[in-house]
Every structure is written in structure tokens, then in C-alpha cells.
Design a protein around this ligand. Structure first.
Ligand code: PBG
Length: 416
């Protein structure tokens, strides 16, 4: 790019930009030529004043002609010869809101809720403001969120230790916590879309999303997370949730082929209208830590399998791989694709937005919530501004729906 010395603008009277470099990226390409009929007077040759407060009074700074760097307009003020000024569309809230490209409404939000069978709500230390709800409390919470316009919730159960097994059979117990709660919620609020998570981890004594083999043929000489055996359990789980009245089942396990298998299982049992929102691009992320605290669902030291989920959740280093997952989920009949975590993965949301016309959901996960809360508690971030901006960023990146622990709070703000 041609460099135009400041002197080129201040020397003498300039009538047009023709004398400047012909490079298409030169300054002249962006600077409208001055009208030939109008003489632009400029202060020549004055060495620019150094903008140090010690040497320059505020009045000196306000006196435009002193800089000697810019053209002077008819009023004697400095003039950047710039016709296109994007700031004009930002000059008032009236204009800003008219040209705003994205908005988030409470209807875009899905509210994740933790529930347990104990008699009291229990706060989750790493997620200030979130609790494990009793059944009564979660019903109240859903009612409050609904009144604010949040029409979708997703349920995550903390299952008593004694009910956990490697096969996680409790996940399809029709009188288990989730099916019971789904039925209660649908009876009370038929217009709330109840989503359920499909994965074995809350029910697994290994803390894994799938069944663990008792051999040592897996990663690092550990047991394997058995794909197809797990998919069979997931089908049972999804069917059980559908029978209880779930509107949406959301497989978060990352087993291969589970979307198609669940679709067939649902269709075969008459649940053709139950939606599948697939956790399509779910990464093996450190940002799930607080969630696993909430449910006591982290991979166990006692497990025969590795203490991480890297053999099924995706490598955070990869983005092309998300397209492979997406193509499979689309072909297998997913109704909506999810990207998870959220904020650190906006590039993946954008990539999937360009690759599919299906709706996309982003999960603003527990660790992201915890980071925000921690900074807010220290007074380092303005909570409302930071949360609303984050939600908007998901939309801008290409997400239609956002799962966030802030759903109710954000809806309250949106209603103000
Ligand atoms: C379970 C599941 C997890 C989350 C949603 N479903 C945890 C995990 O995969 O270990 C994480 C949600 C969050 O961190 O907010 N399969």
C-alpha cells in the first residue's frame, strides 16, 4: 500500500486526489476528492504539536487548526475528508435499534435445571445462584421462567449413588426422577417445551456417558466406552422420556450412530413428533467442571475407563471434525444441532451455520457461567451488560437457540 506522507495533505491547496498514488489500496481510494470549486485552506508547515497533556492545554487541543494535519472546513474546524461515516448509523438509540442485525428474546432461551430427590434445595458452590432443586421447587422455577417468556427447559438429574450402575439402567426407569418430573411439568404447563438430556453419566457408577468394558483394550490400557451397547441404552432412555411426555430429547453422549438409532426407536413406538436436538459438536472441555460438581457425575477414579471423555467427546483442537459430525446428524434425522461449549467455540457455530440450514443451539455451559459469576462477584464485570452481550454473540455467530443458566435472569432483564 502506498504510503502518503502527512505533508501531502497539508501542502498548499489541494483540489483533488489525482496526484496521489494509483494503488487501489492507497489512501485516495477511501478519501473523497475535495470539490474542485472549493478551496480547502490548510495550515501548512507547522510542525505537529505533541499531544502531551503536560505541554498542551485542553484549549489547545480543542483548537483544530493548530494540528496542521487535517483539512479545514468552511467553519474553520478540522475536516477528515470522509464521506462514508459508519458512525452516523450509530448516533442514536433510535437508529441503532433500527439497523440492529440480531436480537435475543426470551423465546430463544432454554433454561437448564438441576433436580434431585432430596427434601431441600441445595446450592451449587461453583455455580452461584444455581441450586439442585426439589421437584416442587423446579416446578415453581419453570412457572416463573415461563411467565417471563422462557418456553423451553432442559432437566438434569442428580441420581442417588445406590441407583448408579455401569449399564445405567436407572436411566429408563419410568418411575425415575426425570420421567416423573417431565409428566408433572407437562401436566402443569403444556405449553412449555420440556427437553431431556440423553446420556448415561448421571446414572453411571463410572461417571461416563457410556458403558465401560471390563477389558483393558481401550485408551491407555483402560476399559473402552462401548459404543453400540450404549446406544441401545440411550434408545431405551429416550423412549422412556418420550413416553413421559418429553417434547425434545437431546443426546449429549457423543456415541456414533445414536441419532439415527434414537429416531428409529422413537418412530417405531409412535413418537414421530418428538424432536431430537443433537449435541453435534460437543467438545471434551474443561468448562463442564461445575456441571459435574452439580451432579457428582465426573469420571470416577475407580472407573476402569480413563478419567476424561476424550475417546467420545471432540478434541478442542478440531473444527473440520464438527462438519463430519454435523453431516451425520443431519443424515440421521436430527431436528436441530447443538454446539458446546459456547463462547470459546463461536467459530464452530459459524462453521455449522454455513454448513446446514437446520436450526442451531449453543450451550453456554457451566464453566462459562462460573467464570462470569466469579468476575461479577469481584466487581470486575457488569453482570447484566456482560450476560446480554454474550447471548447476543451466540446469535451473531449463527445460533438460533441458547441454553444458558442465565435464562430466567436474562428474560427478566429483557422484559424490563
Ligand atoms: C452430560 C452432560 C454434560 C453437560 C451437559 N450434558 C457434562 C459432560 O459431558 O461431562 C455439560 C453442561 C455444562 O457444563 O453446563 N452428558
Amino acid at each position: 500500500m502506498a504510503f502518503v506522507a502527512p505533508g501531502a495533505f497539508v501542502r498548499g491547496t489541494r483540489t483533488n486526489g489525482a496526484a496521489r498514488s494509483g494503488s487501489c489500496l492507497s489512501h485516495s481510494a477511501f478519501t473523497a476528492p475535495a470539490l474542485p470549486s472549493r478551496r480547502v485552506s490548510v495550515r501548512a508547515q507547522t510542525p505537529p504539536a505533541r499531544l502531551s497533556m503536560a505541554a498542551t492545554s485542553a484549549r489547545d487541543l480543542a483548537a483544530p487548526a493548530r494540528s496542521g494535519l487535517l483539512a479545514i472546513n468552511e467553519e474553520g474546524g478540522v475536516h477528515v475528508q470522509q464521506r462514508a461515516r459508519p458512525r452516523r448509523n450509530r448516533k442514536s438509540e433510535g437508529l441503532r435499534s433500527m439497523v440492529r442485525e440480531n436480537v435475543v428474546t426470551p423465546a430463544n432461551l432454554i433454561y437448564p435445571l438441576f433436580v434431585h430427590t432430596e427434601a431441600e434445595n441445595v446450592p451449587i458452590p461453583s455455580m452461584p445462584g444455581c441450586v439442585r432443586h426439589t421437584v416442587d421447587s423446579v416446578v415453581r422455577e419453570v412457572g416463573e421462567a415461563r411467565a417471563l417468556g422462557v418456553r423451553s427447559v432442559i432437566l438434569f438429574p442428580k441420581i442417588p449413588e445406590e441407583l448408579k450402575t455401569n449399564a445405567a439402567d436407572e436411566c429408563y426407569n419410568p418411575s425415575g426422577l426425570v420421567p416423573t418430573l417431565v409428566a408433572t411439568l407437562k401436566a402443569k404447563y403444556p405449553d412449555v417445551a420440556v427437553w431431556t438430556d440423553v446420556a448415561l453419566d448421571p446414572y453411571s457408577d463410572q461417571g461416563h456417558d457410556g458403558m465401560v468394558s471390563d477389558d483393558k483394550r481401550g485408551d491407555g490400557g483402560c476399559g473402552r466406552i462401548m459404543n453400540d451397547e450404549t446406544v441401545e441404552q440411550l434408545c431405551r432412555q429416550a423412549l422412556c422420556q418420550a413416553r413421559a411426555g418429553a417434547d425434545v430429547v437431546a443426546p449429549s453422549d457423543m456415541m456414533d450412530g445414536r441419532v439415527g438409532a434414537i429416531r428409529d426407536a422413537l418412530d417405531g413406538a409412535g413418537f414421530t413428533d418428538v424432536s431430537i436436538v443433537s449435541y453435534t459438536a460437543k467438545y471434551a472441555s474443561a468448562f463442564y467442571g461445575p456441571f459435574r460438581d452439580a451432579l457428582d457425575s465426573a469420571p470416577r477414579e475407580s472407573s476402569n475407563a480413563p478419567r476424561n471423555k476424550k475417546t467420545y467427546q471432540m478434541d478442542p483442537a478440531n473444527s473440520r471434525e464438527a462438519l463430519i459430525e454435523a453431516a451425520l446428524d443431519v443424515a440421521e434425522g436430527a431436528d436441530m444441532l447443538m454446539i458446546k461449549p459456547g463462547m470459546p467455540y463461536l467459530d464452530i457455530i459459524r462453521r455449522l451455520r454455513e454448513a446446514t440450514d437446520l436450526p442451531l443451539a449453543a450451550y453456554h455451559v457451566s464453566g462459562e457461567y462460573a467464570m462470569m459469576k466469579a468476575a461479577v462477584e469481584r466487581g470486575w464485570l457488569d453482570e447484566r451488560e456482560a450476560v446480554m452481550e454474550s447471548l447476543l454473540c451466540f446469535k451473531r455467530a449463527g445460533a438460533d437457540a441458547i441454553l444458558t443458566y442465565y435464562a430466567k435472569q436474562a428474560a427478566e432483564w429483557m422484559n424490563e
